[in-house]
Design a protein around this ligand. Structure first.
Ligand SMILES: [Fe+2]
Length: 229
């Protein structure tokens, strides 16, 4: 699970350390989405417009998150630990774990489309019988990867990178999202979040974000009815 003292913005800001609030909030949003997908699957409503929309958004958010980590974060750490083989190996594991998710995402996508080639292939609005297993597999592998990142990679990043490096990584993330992507990302993170995590996340974002979200983004996000919830 997550490490409480690394989640709060105030404490890290005061110590001059890197603030991982946004990273944890993003990981938590991935966990939340996969438990909603598992619930929809268990309740027999996986083949609905809301679940399809939630799944498309989940895939998009995960793609942006991992692409930018691969391009902007791990290489920075690799340069900082160039003479530390164990730490270099950890960075390779991060990249490999990202790559391993590709076929698992595809398998869920095919199953949700009712196009699984396995024995349990679905018809019409009934998903293939193997959908729960595919969802569980994805949740297990992504969950293990995020735990690995939180328990091993983030402490290494805290040790070898600076808040300036981290700001550059977050800048890369913002560029990859673009203004439209950010408009979807913010309410997606805040969907169902606890009060303390909400306060910490908004404190880690530029000041107008809370108001813009309340006035515009949250309503637009709700109308998309992700996961039919
Ligand atoms: Fe991450």
């Amino acid at each position: 699970m997550t490490v409480p003292q690394q989640r709060t913005a105030d404490r890290t800001a005061a110590s001059g350390a890197i603030d991982f609030t946004v990273m944890y909030a993003t990981h938590d949003a991935f966990r939340r989405d996969l438990s909603r997908l598992a619930a929809a699957t268990a309740e027999g409503r996986a083949v609905t417009a809301g679940v399809r929309a939630g799944w498309e958004n989940f895939q998009h958010q995960l793609h942006v998150h991992h692409t930018v980590e691969d391009a902007e974060l791990w290489p920075r750490v690799e340069r900082a630990v160039a003479h530390r083989p164990a730490d270099l190996a950890l960075m390779r594991e991060m990249e490999e774990e990202h790559a391993r998710l590709g076929p698992l995402l595809e398998a869920v996508d095919h199953a949700l489309s009712g196009s699984s080639s396995g024995s349990g292939a679905g018809t019409g609005d009934r998903p293939p019988a193997d959908l729960p297993e595919r969802v569980r597999e994805l949740a297990d592998v992504l969950g293990a990867h995020m735990r690995h990142e939180e328990q091993s990679a983030l402490p290494l990043i805290q040790e070898v990178l600076t808040p300036k490096d981290w700001a550059a990584f977050r800048g890369g993330m913002a560029r990859a999202q673009g203004p439209r992507g950010a408009a979807g990302y913010i309410p997606w993170i805040l969907d169902g979040i606890g009060a303390e995590d909400r306060r910490a996340f908004l404190a880690a974002m530029p000041a107008p974000v809370a108001v813009v979200n309340r006035l515009f983004l949250a309503g637009r996000y709700r109308r998309r009815d992700y996961w039919g919830s």
